[in-house]
Design a protein around this ligand. Structure first.
Ligand SMILES: Nc1ncnc2c1ncn2[C@@H]1O[C@H](COP(=O)(O)OP(=O)(O)OP(=O)(O)O)[C@@H](O)[C@H]1O
Length: 572
């Protein structure tokens, strides 16, 4: 039940459509049974040449039942499909609400292809739950019970046979098929996830695969995976067809048994001969919709696992927020890291540990250290993106987790190591930072980062593939000049630039950030003399922190050693 809780909750919101679907489904089923029962009776009666009005009443009943059955069937389809689409919409909104705050963490946990396959595929497959799992057995059982009650008045023996048939079709077959289904569905889902991940890898890595002449091998691997998946799918379809055939065969078998049984009663004189055709027609019609019970277990298993897999995406990721409070805009922000420990999912080693530091408003902070020492992770923690396992990050004395992230990001100007660019013009890619920025302001920003050779109309391809590394960095920095922010977080903002351009752009940044907090991650150790504080990291720990003079004054200091090493390398 827990597995299916997501779709059940969303479904029960649509009670009206559920009730109408069941009502019209029942009406369509029972009128169909009555229609064929009346037809059977009509044929038998006609043989005895009854008064014309008897025939007229019977013919009129048959016509009325036929029309009611058709209209009810339409009503059933209308409400069940309307309900299904509304349930799907509710599920999509729910899933989006759940994963939106976790987006960055989820991409650390799952391969992007797998998460995409999960969310799109699993949500889609939940459409079958209401349509093929939930209400058809209710309707079928209701039609069966009403028919069996009616049949009991004609022949208790036939009613008993019909009840036995109903139990086999509604309970025994689905239970057996469900057990068989469980195993097969698991491997199908795994295969689908693998295939989607492999395909995404192939698309993203196509250039590298081509350069290293591995594209053909990867393609072959993908084709093999696809063929295996197709084979599994075909085998599943075959299985479903066989199960449907078994149920259909059984239904006919029961109808024949009922015919023979009723014939026997007629021969014995315990049943009127005119009712024989009617009973046979009832038996055929009441079992008519039972093939849906053959596919029900497959859809139930699929819905259960889809619902479970979707819940798993956010289940253990629930942010441990106590209360979400908005930060007042323009409030100077003071960050305080207290013994912070960060570990990425599925990683053995922590990325950052025992990190304690303060970032006071208006200060200029540099984070330095060897590659992989945890500098970017520390910055991600300021943005609330890092998986902090213990310790606290306080913003003006309040736990960062209790603060609405939007109100924090509103005060930040961020340039990360890898910045995203959208397919569109330079202008669109700039205005993405500030929708109100005029063309003039955007041109001015381009000038500050020395990208004057670009016009605002120039095209940027997806992910900025037509820009050089340095141009991408400068375009990302140009965005920052369009926004007012009290905190600037810059992760190696100029690493791809020559030192002269770097200096000129940093001067521009300094001009606009005179009174702002600036945290910069640096690889090069030049130009750090004016920093208010330098945080030195090594293997996930802050090994030193202080001003340039303090750090250089340390006997056997780590920063001093790094600086000396860099000077020696530059001298060569
Ligand atoms: N998304 C991630 N998932 C798992 N491990 C990660 C992730 N990001 C970083 N790490 C690991 O965390 C550690 C710190 O990485 P981080 O990027 O913070 O270092 P860095 O000092 O910024 O490195 P660089 O100077 O090369 O950018 C590294 O061991 C890295 O492999």
């Amino acid at each position: 039940m827990k597995d299916i809780s997501l779709v059940l909750k969303m479904m029960l919101k649509e009670k009206k459509d559920i009730l109408f679907s069941v009502f019209f489904g029942f009406l369509a089923g029972i009128t169909a049974v009555s229609l064929f029962a009346a037809s059977g009776y009509l044929i038998s009666q006609a043989a005895f040449a009854p008064p014309i009005y008897t025939l007229m009443i019977l013919v009129a009943s048959v016509k009325l039942l036929g029309i009611t059955s058709a209209i009810s069937r339409y009503g059933e389809r209308y409400f069940s499909h309307r309900g299904t689409f509304t349930i799907l919409k509710n599920i999509r909104l729910k899933v989006y609400d759940q994963i939106e705050p976790l987006a960055s963490r989820l991409l650390q946990k799952y391969r992007s292809g797998d998460i995409l396959a999960r969310i799109v595929g699993d949500v889609e497959s939940l459409q079958h739950f209401f349509l093929r799992v939930f209400y058809p057995p209710i309707v079928l059982a209701a039609v069966f019970i009403a028919t069996i009650f009616f049949t009991m008045y004609i022949s208790a023996g036939v009613a008993l046979t019909m009840s036995a048939g109903m139990i086999v079709v509604l309970i025994v077959f689905p239970a057996i098929f469900y057990m068989i289904q469980k195993k097969a569905a698991l491997s199908m889902r795994e295969k689908r996830g693998v295939l989607s991940s492999e395909f995404t890898d192939y698309l993203y890595g196509f250039r590298e695969l081509t350069i290293f002449q591995q594209a053909e091998r990867k393609e072959q691997q993908l084709f093999d995976e696809m063929n295996q998946y197709e084979e599994m799918k075909a085998s599943e379809n075959r299985q479903l067809a066989i199960r449907e055939a078994i149920v259909i065969f059984f239904s006919f078998f029961i109808a024949i048994i009922i015919l023979v049984q009723a014939g026997f009663y007629v021969a014995e004189g315990n049943l009127a001969g005119t009712l024989l055709a009617m009973l046979f027609m009832i038996a055929i019609t009441v079992f008519e919709d039972t093939p849906s019970m053959a596919v029900l277990p497959a859809h139930l298993e699929e819905s259960k696992s889809s619902s479970k897999r979707l819940i798993e995406v956010w289940e253990n990721e629930e942010p441990s927020k106590v209360a979400v409070q908005e930060l007042e805009p323009d409030l100077p922000l003071h960050f305080d890291f207290k013994d912070v420990f960060i570990q990425y999912p599925n990683e053995k080693k922590p990325a950052v540990q025992h990190a304690s530091l303060q970032i006071k408003p208006g200060k200029n902070i540099a984070i330095v250290g060897p590659s992989g020492s945890g500098k970017s992770t520390l910055m991600q923690a300021l943005l609330t993106f890092a998986p902090v396992k213990s310790g606290h990050i306080l913003v003006n004395g309040e736990d960062i987790n209790t603060i609405a992230p939007d109100s924090l990001w509103e005060q930040m100007n961020v340039s990360l190591q890898h910045n995203h660019f959208f397919y569109g013009s330079i202008y669109e890619n700039l205005r993405f930072a500030n929708r109100n920025a005029s063309a003039e302001i955007c041109r001015d920003a381009l000038e500050k980062v020395q990208l004057t050779h670009f016009s605002l109309e120039d095209q940027v391809l997806e992910k900025g593939t037509n820009l050089s590394g340095g141009e991408k960095q400068r375009l990302a920095l140009a965005r920052l000049f369009l926004r007012e922010a009290s905190i600037w977080l810059l992760d190696e903002p100029t690493s791809s630039l020559d030192s002269i351009t770097e200096q000129q752009i940093m001067n521009e940044i300094e001009k606009v950030t005179k009174y702002q907090t600036v945290v910069t991650i640096r690889h090069r150790l030049t130009g750090l003399e004016s920093m208010d504080r330098i945080i030195v990291m090594n293997q996930g720990e802050i090994v030193e922190q202080g001003t340039y003079t303090e750090l250089m004054g340390k006997e056997n200091g780590y920063f001093k050693a790094m600086k000396e090493l860099e000077s020696q390398q530059l001298a060569f």
